[in-house]
Design a protein around this ligand. Structure first.
Ligand code: F6R
Length: 364
């Protein structure tokens, strides 16, 4: 049921504060603000390497998680899209955790990669939204997201719930590895618990984002830039835009721009920059200057501080609440989802059922 919403995708975007809170509730002990993993009878302190495999939006959640696992737990992470992983003869060391991320739990390539890793003796972790799915059944460590059924073909709320689970897992692993003490774990948990309110605050900018859709809708190509854990969000923004509005879009690491894509920049290619203020901000500002110097039109997504510093001369600005860097990828998912959504509405495409796409990709 869509209720008061025009599309399932829109409804699911707006459900995120609730479902992220719901998901976090099952991974956090509220009594002492520590992480609690469900159904784990396996010793995470022995994990030496993590191999993440997923497709599409779930893969981008994995890319964000790589930053967290490496920063918090200092465990090396390999990550691949499932269709590549299967055929490249990956080296899987003993004591490895193979982690599969999937909304449906049925994606054929991801499932085949899971079975391969299982046969190779890896411990199988699964972050999945459908608890009765094939992947869920084959997991050693089952980490459900509690996003509820996702009907819109473009994944939205499953993504932010995956991020919530993965952040909790990273903190838990860090504790098990002796890399994080109790006080640090509680601090991470406190920041995670701030996510639902921050998501709500981000959703408050829906009208602003809707009113700038006409700036993007006529474009043939759009570039998304981000750095660090927000780089995968640039990829996610580009994927959302192309799949529902059919505008060609690419996500790039901000620093890679000058190694090629800058050749595309002119006044007809909007550049969406995801840049929360923080340690990486100045670097991104200089990339923005490179874009501007070539007549590029920038849509800057940042917090008040970032917009005040670098908003001058931008085509448009999208204000986000100022949040801890840990939850920025969850919060910045909202404006990229809403932008894609409103551009698609402006173009009159079928938002919930984009052409050529299926909700669950059960063929290779
Ligand atoms: C993008 C999208 C797809 C899926 C991908 C993986 O909006 O929905 O890219 O993310 O097909 O699907 P799951 O997560 O079900 O394995």
């Amino acid at each position: 049921e869509k209720g008061n919403y025009r599309h399932f995708m829109q409804k699911e975007i707006f459900e995120q504060p609730t479902v992220v809170a719901q998901t976090l509730a099952s991974y956090i002990h509220r009594a002492d603000n520590t992480v609690a993993l469900p159904q784990v009878d396996f010793d995470l302190s022995t994990v030496k390497r993590i191999t993440i495999v997923a497709c599409g939006t779930s893969y981008y959640a994995g890319m964000v998680a790589k930053y967290w696992f490496e920063t918090f737990a200092r465990v090396p992470v390999d990550i691949d899209v499932a269709s590549e992983f299967r055929y490249r003869e990956p080296v899987l060391e003993e004591g490895g955790l193979a982690l599969f991320i999937s909304q449906s739990g049925e994606t054929a390539d991801t499932l085949a990669a899971l079975r391969h890793c299982k046969a190779e003796g890896q411990t199988i972790g699964v972050v999945v939204n459908v608890p009765t799915s094939s992947m869920a059944r084959e997991a050693d460590l089952l980490l459900p997201t509690h996003a509820g059924p996702e009907i819109g073909v473009a994944s939205t709320k499953a993504f932010t719930c995956q991020l919530a689970v993965l952040a909790a897992l990273a903190a838990h692993l860090a504790v098990k590895k002796g890399r994080m003490d109790r006080a640090e774990e509680q601090e991470v948990v406190r920041h995670l618990l701030e996510a639902p309110a921050a998501l709500n605050a981000a959703l408050d900018f829906d009208d602003d984002i809707a009113s700038m859709a006409h700036l993007i809708a006529p474009a043939r190509d759009v570039l998304y830039l981000g750095r660090g854990p927000d780089y995968p969000l640039a990829l996610e923004g580009a994927l959302k835009l192309k799949e529902i509005s059919y505008i060609h879009a690419e996500g790039y690491a901000s620093g890679e721009m000058k190694h090629g894509p800058i050749a595309l920049i002119d006044e007809s290619v909007p550049v969406i920059v995801l840049a929360p203020s923080g340690p990486l901000f100045e670097k991104t500002v200089s990339n923005m200057q490179e874009v501007r110097a070539r007549g590029g039109k920038i849509v800057l997504i940042s917090d008040e501080e970032g917009l005040a510093e670098a908003g001058d001369g931008c085509l448009a600005m999208i204000a986000m609440p100022k949040v801890h860097p840990l939850i920025a990828p969850l919060v910045y998912a909202v404006p990229v989802q809403l932008l894609a959504y409103h551009v698609a509405c402006a173009k009159g495409t079928d938002v919930d059922q984009p052409r050529n796409l299926a909700k669950s990709v059960t063929v290779e």
